[in-house]
Ligand binder design. Structure first.
Ligand code: NAD
Ligand code: UDP
Length: 322
């Protein structure tokens, strides 16, 4: 059945690919974004489509729309971006959640929250299952994001329990791919940009910290399956690739795949940087029949190809913190 679907943060890295998929499926798609960490060019190719609308709007402000489904992705996601204006980051998560939940109540729409593995903080349980309550520093530099996302999860659950809103919560683990902002400071975009520009690769700490990297297309498939899952399964549900790598292994792979002459240099580990991160995706496997298909080497090759094609000068660094 064709639906009217709102994607907040729809011009971003994940949001733009999600909009693309939903437009291709024939749905009536509204992309809402304030372009804080993205730009219109990410969705420019969709602008002529009769089933695609673009609204420049801030999700912290109410808006009146008629929709059947909402994917709530609006929030800066890279550490440098969310720490740039931490108070705004918290407002985006909390007021954004309240606004989309209010809209869902009025329209009787289904609403999915893009939560994050950051709700687990620096985890003491490994791999991380959804039942793990996390180890977040509530007063550290990542708290604006981690606690904002945790508050949003609480709001989603309370609207569900109090108002019977049809919700979904997914916890997304590190995802990469084409259309990442080249200056977002995230590890994959940083390493690739540095390698292609012949700059040093900046490894924070000793590079032994781990992450599990999911390719964009796999992740977006998981988002759509979660939205379409039976109403009994609201999550939270981890979405990510369970293959764990050290950040040093990632740096070496990027150097190898780009054929760069860059050398690896060591810089201090940022405060509260999680030491290990790996999703347990049993719930997603069982309830959504979902698991990532793209290996890191293959996904990185596609991402590097995309970075080769873009002109870095077409991108405005969103913050001075890249
Ligand atoms: P992104 O920065 O590319 O996308 C976020 C989008 O939200 C951008 O287009 C930005 O302009 C928009 N936005 C920010 N604040 C807004 C506001 N107040 N009003 C309207 N729009 C606003 O990042 P992404 O990686 O595509 O992340 C999308 C979502 O997925 C985020 O909610 C993020 O927290 C979540 N997530 C992503 C990852 C990942 O690895 N990519 C991991 C965990 C969670
Ligand atoms: N990192 C790094 N060099 C960089 C950027 C990041 O070594 O230029 C490390 C960072 O310290 C962290 C990991 O890579 O341990 C992932 O960082 P990212 O900012 O991509 O996301 P996070 O998972 O920390 O939110």
């Amino acid at each position: 059945m064709l639906k009217r679907i709102l994607v907040t943060g729809g011009a971003g890295f994940l949001g733009s690919h999600l909009c693309e998929r939903l437009v291709e499926m024939g749905h009536d798609v509204i992309c809402l974004d304030n372009f804080f960490t993205s730009q219109k060019t990410n969705v420019a190719h969709l602008l002529g489509r009769p089933n695609f609308d673009l609204i420049r709007h801030d999700v912290t402000m109410p808006i009146w729309l008629e929709v059947d489904e909402i994917y709530n992705l609006a929030c800066p996601a890279a550490p440098g971006h969310y720490q740039f204006n931490p108070i705004k980051t918290m407002k985006t998560s909390v007021l954004g959640a309240i606004n989309v939940l209010g809209m869902a109540r009025r329209c009787r729409a289904k609403v999915l929250q893009a939560s994050t593995s950051e709700v687990y903080g620096d985890p003491t349980e490994h791999p991380q299952r959804e039942s793990y309550r996390g180890n977040v520093n509530p007063i550290g530099p990542r708290a604006c994001y981690d606690e904002g996302k945790r508050a949003a999860e609480a709001l989603f659950m309370d609207y569900h329990r109090s108002n019977r809103i049809n919700i979904r919560i997914v916890r997304i683990f590190n995802t990469y791919g084409p259309r990442m902002h080249p200056f977002d400071g995230r590890v994959v975009s940083n390493f690739i940009r540095q390698a292609l520009c012949g700059e040093d690769i900046t490894l924070f700490g000793d590079g032994s910290q781990t992450r599990s990297f999911c390719y964009r297309d796999d992740l977006v498939e998981g988002l759509i399956r979660m939205m379409d899952a039976p109403d009994e399964f609201i999550g939270p549900c981890n979405l990510g690739n369970p293959h764990e790598f050290t950040v040093r292994q990632l740096a070496e792979m990027v150097v190898e795949l780009t054929g760069a002459k860059s050398k690896i240099v060591y810089e201090p580990l940022p405060a509260d940087d999680p030491t290990r991160r790996q999703p347990d995706i049993s719930l997603a496997r069982t309830n959504l029949g979902w698991e990532p298909k793209t290996q890191l080497r293959e996904g990185l090759t596609k991402t590097i190809d995309w970075f080769h094609k873009i002109k870095l000068t077409d991108y405005r660094p969103p913050t001075p913190n890249y």
